[in-house]
Design a protein. Sequence first.
Length: 56
Amino acid sequence: MSPPKAKQLLIWAILAACPSILMVADTSFLTENIAPHTHALGSATRVISAVIHYPF
């Protein structure tokens, strides 16, 4: 049995790194907007205020 070629080693290294890369991407995505921004909170407050004060 011959030793693996450089191309095979590279493919296996990339495949082995995929789960870690996906986990870092997921963690980054899930934690990027934990606290609302001031302008986002302001618009949400205006919408809630409009709904509460809407004359039915």
